[in-house]
Design a protein around this ligand. Structure first.
Ligand code: NAD
Length: 245
């Protein structure tokens, strides 16, 4: 691993500005299951279209919200791991201009990252489908807990999570991320299978690509460097190699 870490450090020194793109694999070391790791990933047990899509929310809202509360309700208490902390250090030291993340867990911000583009939304709030109101996720989860469908205290219409579900439009953060990738000299992907569209297209738009991932990804063949390792351990070693205090 050390030779790949040295190579990655050289790429970051020589190709600026650089950007990170993270996925669910970065947060597995914080105890949050990803989607596609065999056996532990959520896909091993659930069909995402049946539980995490706009159709599921419309057709079976009770099932949708119970699933959502069970799998995402506890993420508020999750803590960033050394991978999140290392990316915040790389940003503070000027090696990264921003972190683009597919994760909805808010752990980059908890680790101190300053510019985070959440291209799949976040869990901090829910929004009303009938009026402009936003509320903390906790309000919706409390309603689910007593067996009710989350509804807006202001207008009585249904609430929905502020995350991008299968079938949703992409948010403005994705357009911003796309521009940033094209302006960057290097994209560092960490903990993503690069199987989810359209975010995976960003890997192909980057002039140079480095990937840290436990398993093969869909863009390995296009990468200048592939480091097959754990996100936390590899990023910690990268920070040491770059001698960031
Ligand atoms: P994914 O599940 O498709 O891929 C995760 C990848 O990370 C896998 O290839 C796996 O081998 C790798 N991995 C797992 N643990 C690792 C580790 N410790 N170090 C290095 N690599 C590791 O995830 P994805 O590409 O982000 O796409 C799936 C979707 O999952 C995203 O849209 C995201 O919003 C959603 N999701 C988010 C969270 C979260 O917010 N933490 C959790 C589950 C799913």
């Amino acid at each position: 691993m050390q030779s790949e870490v040295s190579h990655l450090a050289r790429l970051l020194r020589e190709h600026q500005p650089a950007l990170a793109l993270t996925g669910a694999g970065l947060s597995t070391e914080s105890g949050i299951p990803d989607f596609r790791t065999p056996e532990t990933g959520l896909y091993a047990r659930y069909d995402p279209i049946e539980y995490l899509s706009v159709w599921a929310l419309q057709a079976r809202p009770q099932v949708f919200w119970e699933f959502f509360a069970e799998h995402y309700g506890l993420l508020e208490t999750a803590q960033p791991n050394r991978g999140h902390l290392a990316l915040a250090q790389l940003e503070a030291a000027g090696y990264l201009t921003a972190v683009v993340t597919q994760n909805i867990d808010g752990l980059h911000q908890k680790a101190g990252a300053r510019r985070v583009l959440e291209v799949h939304g976040h869990l901090r709030t829910v929004r009303c489908s009938g009026c402009p109101a936003h509320y903390p996720l906790a309000l919706a989860l409390e309603q689910v807990q007593v067996g009710s469908l989350p509804t807006c205290p202001n207008c009585g219409r249904r609430l929905r999570p502020n995350v991008v579900l299968f079938g949703d439009m992409m948010p403005p953060a994705f357009t911003e991320a796309s521009s940033l990738v094209r302006e960057s000299a290097l994209l560092l992907v960490v903990g993503s299978s690069l199987a989810v569209s359209p975010v995976n297209c960003l890997a192909w738009e980057a002039p140079r690509l480095a990937i840290i991932n436990w398993e093969m990804t869909a863009a390995d063949s296009a990468a200048d460097l592939v480091l097959r390792g754990k996100g936390g351990e590899s990023l910690r070693a990268l920070v040491e190699e770059l001698e960031i205090p």
